[in-house]
Design a protein around this ligand. Structure first.
Ligand code: MCN
Length: 762
């Protein structure tokens, strides 16, 4: 009996994870291994004057590697970012350090303890230089990180500069939004085990992108791709943060230099400065339109912090630009992008990657516009939505949205929330001068998944016992592919989900792939698995027809029983196991397999509406999230239960950004977030039970009708919660709050309005 698409089955991988039976990189057994510890800069910006490793090298069994020992070349950023070559990133710093956490040396020893002790004996002397971490300062170029480049700007896409952009507008609101620098913070930190054998490097990584890592590692170590095997075992979360990085290059190089297997697992505090951070974008916006609420033009100026070395983080603002129209029909949009380097951990994707920033910007602008013209924020949204009949539509920001029903999503969310009753309660509390203020925040979002329209590999083969193995180039670092990909194959073959094994994350067992980011796995990897299943079934019909001496044209697959027979006559029939058994006897089992690459024409654009209800104590500033209603539309859901889980995790991360999390540096570039006491993440105790409303608008972009769901919750929740806190305080005159809108921020904003109001009265 197939367990097909749309069934709410429990995740098959969960018993393994919940019972502690997951196997992660650090669980890899190795014999005769060396343990590596990295010596990292504790200075944000400085010239290296000396590295003294004598004492460390004198310890028994200790080897120390500096830049000159390994002879690795600096790596340029991905091709979409063209920078001066001085901005290429050296795996080990040799002349200058540019952020706290940059690697200066690597120490290998016989045990983890010995390598940590030896690393402490490596003395690095620096001539400190002024550090810059505030991007509004960085952009002035008064302190340069890379002098030969002559500027801190690493990506510049100027806006059109139309002086008449707001002609004909009665109202133009002006505001800004900072998306604070965040951590991805997976439970499992990064870990690498590298081993050379017979001229081949086998490297186990905690990653989201095994095949891309293979290409990257081979390229930087000067190897042929077939000399590298990447294995990603179970991965304890990635949230956008895991892909091959300088540590992995170094581990491959150190294993080659020592001829021994090498292991490294980062500590939590190391992880917090060493793995790339996310967001860190500043947006100044102007939204213009008519006094009765029709938007006419949007101008946005984006300033993106790329951190110390420009990588994909510099490019994230381009995704923000692409999604800047949000769900609205805005005829004219102008976006100006500047990405800069700063003395901080490099920026990269963190769940949402560029799209939450767009939603936060436009949803804040819409709320400000509503306040300006005195219109209900939900009503103003409704008035400006892209109408359902306009899809597919290219927005003025340049994205071509596949399909949408934004009003449908908003209606469902508002109705479920009891929006009018909430507004009445808010009025009553204000009229009664209650200090427990109620805030209602709305956000309607659209995002882009499979952002650059990539394709993916998928293969299915039948095993001798009639089960199936699915090979996919996608990789699950917690999303549940072992369940949902099996469902896709089960629906098309009638093979029971329990008899379908999903193989991913080993570049020797899966020939090609792109990995997982941008919530693209289901729509391309899932679609490829589905397509391969269909090819397989066609082949199997032919083979069954041969065996039953029937006409292949007349053969059908009965999905309920998983058996082939002639249409209209249930007997004789041949099940998968019987067919596979016969082919196996003839040495032809491999004929019962199929592989394909699925490539869609374009990305997909999931959408949804979130409503947040908060209670703010006007005396203390403390904020409590009471309710979060989420209506997220990812097209056809393969497994609504898995989708629920994805939305729950995403929403928690979105709320965390709005209310709790923030990476901070002091004026000298010292990180203030070195552990989980200073970096504040919410637990279940801080969060209410989320109220999720399902909605499915299938996309025409792939045969599954599926769009991505992995990041939606994060994108929708942050602006809803942020808007809710500001809404609670709006009658006091508060128009803006920086994120995270925590007790301190809120209390200060209330005090500021009191001071301002007192000054007005005086
Ligand atoms: N799904 C579904 N129906 C759909 C879409 C998805 O049933 N229409 C299911 C999928 O089959 C899959 C899950 O939902 O089991 C997520 O699928 P998809 O939206 O295709 O996203 P990806 O699998 O490509 O996951 C990536 C995405 C990203 S980019 C980040 S970051 C992220 C995330 O998903 N990191 C996560 N979810 C995470 N979940 C966990 N537990 N841990 C992370 O690190």
């Amino acid at each position: 009996m197939p367990t097909g698409i749309g069934q709410r089955i429990r995740r098959r991988e969960d018993p393994r994870f919940l019972l502690g039976q997951g196997r992660y990189v650090d669980d890899t057994p190795t014999e005769n291994a060396l343990y590596v510890t990295f010596v990292r800069s504790d200075v944000a910006h400085g010239t290296i004057t000396s590295i003294d490793a004598e004492q460390a090298r004198a310890m028994p069994g200790v080897q120390v590697f500096t830049a000159e020992d390994l002879g690795l070349h600096p790596t340029p950023p991905p091709p979409m970012i063209q920078v001066h070559e001085s901005m290429n990133r050296p795996p080990l710093a040799s002349e200058k350090v540019r952020y706290v956490g940059e690697i200066v040396a690597a120490v290998a020893a016989e045990s983890r303890e010995a390598s940590v002790d030896a690393a402490e004996l490596v003395v690095v002397d620096y001539d400190p230089l002024p550090a810059v971490t505030d991007i509004r300062e960085v952009v002035k170029d008064e302190v340069l990180l890379f002098e030969p480049s002559g500027s801190n700007t690493c990506l510049r896409i100027p806006g059109a500069g139309d002086e008449n952009l707001f002609d004909g507008c009665d109202v133009v609101i002006t505001g800004s939004n900072e998306s604070p620098r965040l951590l991805a913070l997976p439970i499992e930190p990064r870990s690498t085990v590298a081993e050379w054998k017979d001229g081949k490097l086998t490297i186990r990584l905690s990653t989201q992108t095994p095949h891309q890592d293979k290409a990257g590692i081979a390229g930087t170590l000067g190897l042929e791709p077939e000399q590298v095997r990447v294995i990603a075992p179970d991965v304890g979360g990635g949230f956008g943060g895991k892909g091959f990085d300088v540590e992995d290059i170094l581990m491959g190089a150190i294993a080659r230099a020592t001829g021994r297997p090498c292991r490294w697992t980062e500590t939590r505090s190391e992880h917090m400065v060493a793995m790339h951070h996310g967001r860190a974008q500043w947006a100044d916006f102007e939204l213009g339109g008519t006094r009765d609420g029709q938007f006419k033009a949007l101008r946005v100026k984006l300033l993106q912090d790329a951190g110390a070395y420009p990588g994909i983080g510099a490019f994230l603002a381009v995704l923000t630009q692409m999604m800047s129209s949000g769900v609205y029909d805005i005829p004219k949009i102008e976006v100006d992008i500047t990405s800069v380097v700063s003395n901080s951990t490099p920026i990269g994707p963190v769940r949402g990657a560029g799209r939450p920033e767009a939603t936060q910007m436009i949803e804040r602008a819409v709320d400000m516009y509503a306040a300006e013209i005195g219109m209900d924020p939900a009503e103003l949204r409704r008035k400006n939505f892209i109408a359902n009949e306009k899809f597919p539509i290219q927005t003025a920001a340049g994205a071509t949205y596949d399909i949408g029903d934004y009003e449908g999503a908003l209606d469902r969310a508002l109705q479920h929330a009891g929006y009018q009753d909430l507004r009445r309660e808010q009025e009553e509390r204000r009229a009664n001068r209650s200090h427990m203020l109620l805030g209602i925040g709305v956000s309607v979002y659209v995002e882009i998944t499979n952002g650059i329209g990539e394709g993916e590999f998928g293969a299915v083969e039948v095993t001798q016992d009639g089960g199936a193995i699915v090979r996919t180039g996608s990789f699950s670092h917690g999303q549940g592919h072992e369940t949902t990909f099996a469902q896709i194959v089960s629906q098309r073959t009638g093979i029971d989900v329990e008899n379908i094994q999903v193989v991913a994350g080993d570049t020797d067992r899966v020939p090609r792939g792109t990995g997982t980011y941008g919530s693209k796995s289901t729509q391309i990897g899932g679609a490829a698995a589905g397509q391969a299943s269909e090819i397989l079934v066609d082949r199997a019909k032919q083979l069954a027809a041969d065996a039953l001496e029937a006409n292949p044209e007349d053969m059908m697959l009965d999905l309920d029983t998983g058996s082939f027979h002639v249409t209209g006559s249930a007997q004789p029939s041949l099940g998968w196991a019987e067919l596979a058994g016969r082919l196996h006897e003839d040495g032809r089992l491999t004929e019962l397999s199929a592989e394909t690459d699925f490539k869609p024409d374009q990305p997909t654009f999931p959408f949804g509406a979130h409503v947040a209800v908060v209670e703010v104590d006007a005396e203390t500033g403390s904020v409590r999230l009471q309710r979060l209603i989420a209506c997220d539309d990812a097209g056809t859901l393969i497994n609504p239960l898995v989708a629920d889980g994805q939305v729950h995790g995403g929403v928690a991360a979105g709320i965390a950004q709005a209310l709790y999390e923030e990476v901070r540096y002091d004026s000298e570039g010292n990180p203030q977030h070195g552990n989980l006491v200073t970096y504040c993440i919410p637990t279940a105790a801080e969060l209410p039970s989320f109220e999720r409303i399902e909605m499915e608008t299938p996309t025409p972009v792939n045969p599954l009708g599926a769009k991505g769901i992995g990041e939606s919750g994060t994108i929708g929740a942050t602006p809803a919660v942020h808007n809710a806190v500001i809404d609670a305080l709006s009658h006091l005159g508060v128009r803006h709050l920086p994120m995270p809108a925590n007790g301190e921020t809120v209390w200060r904003a209330i005090q500021d309005t009191k001071v301002a109001n007192a000054q007005v009265r005086t």
